[in-house]
Design a protein around this ligand. Sequence first.
Ligand code: FMN
Length: 332
Amino acid sequence: MADLTTNYMGLTLHNPIIIGSSGLTSSLNEIHELEKNGAGAIVLKSLFEEQIMLETQHKLEEAAKNDFIYDAYSETLDYIDVHIRDKQLSGYLEHIREIKASVMIPVIASINCITSHEWTYFAHRIEEAGADALELNVFVMPFNFNDPCDRNMKTTVDILQKVKRKVHIPVAVKISPYFSNLGNVLIQLAGAGADAMVLFNRFAGPDIDIEKLEVSVANRFSAPSDLTNTLRWIAVASSRIKTPLAASTGVHHWQDVVKLLLTGAQVTQITSAVYLNGPEIIHQILDNIHHWMDKKGFNYIDQFRGKLSQNKTDNPEVYERLQFMKYFSEIR
Ligand SMILES: Cc1cc2nc3c(=O)[nH]c(=O)nc-3n(C[C@H](O)[C@H](O)[C@H](O)COP(=O)(O)O)c2cc1C
């Protein structure tokens, strides 16, 4: 049987299927199910900077209202602020310790942050708790129209550099596709020492309820049609950047995993597919990949990884063409 063993940021995975950061990795029972069904590694639900900051602020306001704090600018405030943050964090750290004590697969912690201020502190504690690696989910959407084009890139690189100075475990950066020059972002992150890059994070979009005349949240889960953008960028980036790439968004079927490996992904992350089909889908995907590799005569993944990346395929322009005039003009 084909060997699916994969190295990801120095971690040895039984296979290239990583469960993406989400509520799927919030409970120990569910994590055991993911491991039992063959997950190569898991990314824990993110610790959100915003959530911690809001919680801290809320509790401080409550305390101030109840006269527990006499002077809003006193040292007491600093102490309480740090204490509340510590409590939030201690739950997450305990979760890491518990998981590490009961699973064999690599455990990647995740921090969702929008500034570089709190990161280093969290990252260091997460390393101490025993996480095998850290994924930085940098969540800056370009909604401020007055920001210069490279503002988000600078923030992302700044965060990575600060975290890398604090921890020794490998650090991956999970980014969105919303940059004015994505390729340059990847080059900058590689230069700043990213051990891997996760392409891409996916955000829930808005929808409109035309009966209630209300705005609502759409598409919590990805669809198979989301894969093509991931495929494009993995194929293009893997041809030009040495840093390992984790493909994320739109991976729903075993064929998607094979396609992403062929375009040069080191690993693939799946989230929506597990929500929609249960953890058994991991097992099914792996069985089918084994079957496909046996049929094709591949004994291990490196025999075909990147075979169809942009620089290896006979048809590299397909990855860059956006309009396909020839094909569109054929449609009547
Ligand atoms: C319910 C849900 C919760 C998620 N929570 C997080 C999170 O805490 N941190 C994060 O980095 N990504 C989070 N994600 C994004 C996923 O990790 C993943 O990047 C995204 O869903 C695209 O992958 P998919 O197409 O396999 O679903 C979440 C996704 C879903 C559906």
